[in-house]
Design a protein around this ligand. Sequence first.
Ligand SMILES: Nc1ncnc2c1ncn2[C@@H]1O[C@H](COP(=O)(O)OP(=O)(O)OP(=O)(O)O)[C@@H](O)[C@H]1O
Ligand SMILES: [Mg+2]
Length: 247
Amino acid sequence: MTPPILEVSGLGIAFGGLRAVDDLSFRAERNAVTTIIGPNGAGKSTVFNLISGALSPRAGKVTFDGRDCTGAPPHRMRTLGLGRSFQITSLFPDLTVFENLRLASEVLEPRSRWLLPVSRSPIALARADALLSRFALTGRADELAGALSHGEQRRLEVAMAIAAEPKLLLLDEPTQGMSHGDTEETAELIRSLAADLSVLLIEHDIGLVMTISDHVVVMHQGRKLAEGAPAAVRADPAVQAAYFGHA
Ligand SMILES: Nc1ncnc2c1ncn2[C@@H]1O[C@H](COP(=O)(O)OP(=O)(O)OP(=O)(O)O)[C@@H](O)[C@H]1O
Ligand SMILES: [Mg+2]
């Protein structure tokens, strides 16, 4: 049987006296959307930092694509197939949409071509073109990324995050600050990504979490409070009390 794309077990890190992530275990299955929810400061982004190698765990284990990757540095995780997009916008505002995508796709070229002119990066150019049409940005290809609407910029960020063809994509609050319409569009986009890759999402919009997640992990004060199918998690009394405030 193929192992899950990601498994963390007993994961822990502390900042001073604060146990930001404490004995956390969960799995993310392949071609699924797994969502981490929890109040502000619950430790969600820290979990992403521990998985992506930005931070090394004090305890526990990270298994990615069947391999023990505990404490592996970010570049190693990227090479193994981990993609990430940030809470803070990560595109190059002074480059065109096409250039942003072409740069993000450059890693697909064999190393021997990395120092050659752009015109000799056929794989990256083709990938950038494919991403333009998949993310409905073809008409915006020559615009500066900084001139796009907020929704378009978020679409471009997701496109850049999958440019290198990651096996698992980490998305930290991709709909933050979006209008309702843009949020719905992004939800569909994320859902469609699961056809070719696996998604680990952090999201505050509970409506969106319920509609797009296959599996939900609830965190509270660094620990796992509950996990399961969206409806089961929402009905869990402990989750209701700690997270929804009996709403
Ligand atoms: N590098 C760091 N140094 C010290 N404390 C940190 C660091 N990173 C996070 N923390 C603290 O760890 C706790 C968890 O933070 P984290 O950013 O993981 O929460 P979060 O669940 O992502 O919250 P939010 O929903 O607000 O994004 C917080 O109390 C935060 O202040
Ligand atoms: Mg966060």
